[in-house]
Design a protein around this ligand. Structure first.
Ligand SMILES: N[C@@H](CCC(=O)N[C@@H](CS)C(=O)NCC(=O)O)C(=O)O
Length: 235
């Protein structure tokens, strides 16, 4: 079965930027993007909840050639599937056969979208989204865990090779690059290896396209909607 068209539901500088970046790598601008204004609560509209009951971005709507639609709701699954769908772009080691490169690629893709995500998300929501329910101890715990356990593993890789899974850019870097940007915004990833990594990534035209809307993002929601968002937010 072949894909007719792809549409990404996106908000600047969030986890949907991972997928937008990869889509630019694979398809240049040949896909659709709809911004979901998260700070206005658009993710809770009945229309959007029907597409995505998790009320978040990204959501990837795949229109099939027969007119049918399939929606995906996890950035890691989207990155994994899209990179495999365009093997000629060389952004993922070949599937369907064992290789150490493939095992390492999947390991780091899932590390980025689950383990690292969990820490960064806790830091983010307790710093900027939970309002009076914020807990300083949670922020401190995950800051310390991220600095002491995650960063040394990434630094060791970046000291050996230019990218997370070797000297060649791969789809994992769309996840890790976004995670490092996210971590940096919260005062993490301070050692110079991270700035050097981001400098390498930012030379890519697809990176520039994916983050062209960075200026539309603020870490905290505007005061006018912050309380309503915190009241609705389920964490
Ligand atoms: N596991 C999901 C998480 C997506 C997610 O939580 N996105 C955040 C932005 S980074 C969001 O849209 N939050 C809005 C909300 O939860 O109301 C993924 O990686 O795709």
């Amino acid at each position: 079965m072949t894909i007719g068209r792809l549409k990404l539901y996106h908000y600047p500088a969030t986890r949907s930027a991972r997928v937008k970046w990869l889509l630019h790598e694979l398809l240049d601008d040949d896909f659709d993007v709809e911004v979901v204004p998260l700070y206005e609560g658009a993710q809770y509209s009945p229309e959007y909840l029907q597409k995505n009951p998790n009320h978040n971005v990204p959501a990837l709507e795949i229109t099939l050639e027969n007119g049918g639609k399939k929606i995906m709701l996890e950035s890691g699954a989207m990155v994994s599937m899209l990179a495999d769908l365009y093997p000629e772009k060389g952004l993922a080691p070949a599937a369907h056969t064992f290789s150490e490169a493939r095992a390492d690629y999947l390991q780091m893709l899932h590390y980025g979208t689950s383990w690292m995500d969990m820490m960064l998300w806790q830091i983010r929501i307790h710093t900027h989204l939970l309002g009076p329910d914020s807990d300083e101890k949670t922020i401190a715990r995950y800051n310390s865990k991220f600095t002491q356990e995650v960063e040394p593993q990434l630094i060791a890789r970046l000291e050996r090779t230019a990218y997370i899974c070797g000297d060649t850019f791969s789809a994992v870097d769309c996840v890790m690059g976004q995670n490092v940007l996210w971590a940096t915004a919260y005062g993490l990833c301070q050692p110079p290896q991270f700035a050097e990594y981001l400098a390498r990534l930012s030379q890519r035209p697809a990176f520039a396209k994916a983050y062209a809307d960075l200026g539309d993002f603020s870490l905290a929601p505007p005061a006018s909607t912050a309380q309503a968002l915190a009241d609705n937010f389920t964490g």
